[in-house]
Design a protein around this ligand. Structure first.
Ligand code: FEO
Ligand code: CA
Ligand code: CA
Ligand code: CA
Length: 588
């Protein structure tokens, strides 16, 4: 098996694993190791996890639930033995977390404490051994829902974000729905507040409320019954929901730092953000709005990156220009019939424009102030005519090629009655399995024009799905469905983790390597598979160490406490625990 581009991470792809299987599967010669699980104690005073006696006070001192975005950075001066890990806790599955007789008020507080973010130190003997987390380490931190975030950028302090508890409109408590994220070139983490709307009840009558999916209905978790601020109908809290839906930035090396929410990158269901330094030194952040028929965005910082000046670089996401993408195909519209078949020119491809929303601190959208663009970003974007996408998840630039990859996870409504038809950038009706767009900014990452093509249109060719893998023979790929998170290895291969394959191709979700360069461009090889109901999140590829990491989110989520569907990762007869896992070669 020839390694693509000389990577040290060579493996024989695994066979896809049936969606009913409660196993974590890795290639022959590799082993998997849980690093940290839901409920693991983070601090010296943190209690051990107890399935039958969980409490909010314990949860605040323990690793949170549903780990999603994960990043690991070595701590300088520790000879590769010590690292700091950052993890998002996107949401909770109370049905499998807590006994049914848990006190309702306590269950709300446990759930709240299981959200948020974790920073935790890791250690290992050397790169041949798995990491383990260090309880009570100096950098360990939980960022919880009553912790302060500083709002930055033009919308901070505006009338749209003031509440009775924060009349200045500059300090928000907590972060919600944190999904994917990215490592900045200056060593902080950015994370996307995605499905924040599900935590708020509101009148649901304004254009903005409707556009963001806010409704006058009880929420799933009922937090609005315990805390006034989760109900926008309460006087003084009308704007609380406008304080969520941003990109947050956290400095993992400073446990006393105040995390920030950057309004300059707009407010929508941010899957995450990923940053590259442009040719002229400005920071460029790409971010998708993960909603059917929503948009892809690009932020270009006002100020330039200065190598080594961390204090300055920490301000780069506070001011800049915001754009939204329009894709134009180059094949006759008649050739895009929604079946996903490749057009006659042999490629799904074309040109695109970044349509300005904010430039030089000024709104570019008639009828919207800059504050309105940044808080009601979806409404502002609607006004300029961007391309309605099939749910942009991770959007990640390759530091090798500088091309940008967009995971469009799926869109069951594409081409259905009253909805947008297929187009060359979203070429399949009722798109069950998703696709990946490749964007080429053609030498200037700040440009407002780009070229694009589809890297792949996902599915299982063996089951007769109409697929496309950049011309690579479809009979030689691992079946793949619902691309979600993206990562690159040290030699520039793309790695894709998936969320939703069981309901698409009928296999458990997993992690896949995709060759981008040369004859084998488009080859998909499955590296691992996660247990039943689980989503594969937060991939980190350290191919020089022949090592990969994933967050296993919501394993067994369709079960019930007492009737669990998964026992991952300990298989000790207790329920499943979302867990960060390291995979590396078996020793001996
Ligand atoms: Fe939380 Fe878009 O996945
Ligand atoms: Ca995701
Ligand atoms: Ca074409
Ligand atoms: Ca997803």
């Amino acid at each position: 098996h020839r390694p693509p581009n000389g990577t040290k991470l060579t493996f024989t792809p695994i066979e896809p694993v049936d969606a009913a299987v409660d196993e974590f599967t890795v290639p022959r010669g590799f082993a998997w190791h849980p690093i940290i699980r839901w409920g693991d104690p983070l601090f010296d005073d943190a209690p051990e996890f107890d399935w039958n006696a969980q409490s909010a006070e314990a949860q605040k001192r323990q690793f949170g639930y549903n780990n999603d975005y994960t990043e690991i950075q070595e701590i300088p001066g520790t000879a590769g033995k010590r690292a700091v890990m950052f993890v998002n806790h996107e949401y909770t599955n109370e049905n499998i977390m807590l006994p049914a007789d848990t006190d309702a008020e306590e269950a709300i507080e446990i759930g709240r404490a299981a959200h948020g973010l974790t920073v935790v130190e890791l250690e290992r003997k050397n790169k041949n051994f798995p990491y383990r987390y260090v309880q009570g380490a100096e950098l360990n931190r939980r960022i919880l829902l009553d912790d302060e975030f500083a709002l930055t950028g033009p919308a901070a302090g505006s009338d749209l974000v003031r509440t009775v508890e924060d009349p200045e409109g500059r300090t928000v408590l907590g972060t919600l729905g944190n999904c994917a994220g990215g490592l900045t070139p200056w060593g902080t983490l950015v994370s996307g507040e995605e499905n924040f709307h599900g935590y708020f009840r509101s009148a649901g009558t304004s254009d903005a409320e409707k556009r963001y999916g806010l409704r006058d209905a009880a929420t799933a978790r009922g937090w609005e019954n315990a805390h006034d601020r989760y109900d926008a109908r309460n006087e003084g809290y009308e704007n609380e929901v406008n304080r969520f839906g941003y990109i947050v930035e956290v400095d993992p090396f400073d446990p006393t730092s105040t995390p920030r929410k950057h309004t300059s990158l707009g407010r929508f269901k941010h899957e995450g953000a990923n940053i590259i330094i442009a040719e002229d030194g400005r920071a460029v952040a790409y971010s998708g709005d993960d909603e059917k028929f929503d948009y892809l965005y690009k932020f270009v910082s006002r100020d330039r990156y200065v190598e080594g000046d961390r204090e300055h670089n920490l301000t780069l996401l506070e001011n800049g220009d915001l754009y939204v993408a329009r894709f134009t195909g180059n094949s006759p519209a008649a050739e895009i019939d929604g079946s996903g078949e490749v057009p006659s020119d042999g490629a799904f491809d074309g040109t695109g424009e970044w349509l300005p929303l904010v430039v030089d601190g000024e709104s570019q959208v008639p009828g919207f102030t800059v504050e309105e663009v940044l808080v009601h970003t979806r409404l502002a974007a609607d006004a300029v005519g961007p391309t309605k996408m099939d749910r942009c998840e991770d959007v990640e630039p390759s530091l090798h090629s500088r091309r940008v990859y967009v995971a469009c996870t799926n869109n069951s409504d594409r081409g259905t009655a009253g909805k947008a038809a297929a187009d060359e950038a979203n070429p399949r009706s009722q798109n069950r399995d998703g696709h990946v767009v490749e964007i080429d900014e053609q030498g200037d990452q700040t440009s407002t024009a780009f070229a694009w093509n589809l890297l792949l249109v996902a599915g299982d060719p063996a089951q007769g799905d109409q697929t496309y893998f950049s011309g690579f023979p479809v009979e030689k790929v691992s079946p793949i469905s619902c691309p979600d998170n993206l990562a690159f290895d040290s030699v520039g291969n793309l790695w894709i983790s998936t969320d939703g394959a069981p309901s698409g191709i009928g296999y458990n979700d997993g992690l896949f390597r995709v060759t981008l360069e040369g004859e084998a461009r488009g080859r998909v090889e499955q590296f691992l598979s996660v247990p039943i109901d689980g989503e594969t999140c937060g991939p980190i590829i350290r191919d020089e160490d022949r090592s990969a990491f994933v967050s296993v989110q919501h394993p067994g989520e369709d079960g019930e406490f007492g009737a669990q569907r998964s026992y991952f990762p300990d298989y000790d007869g207790q329920g499943p625990k979302p867990t960060v896992v390291q995979v590396l070669p078996q020793r001996g």
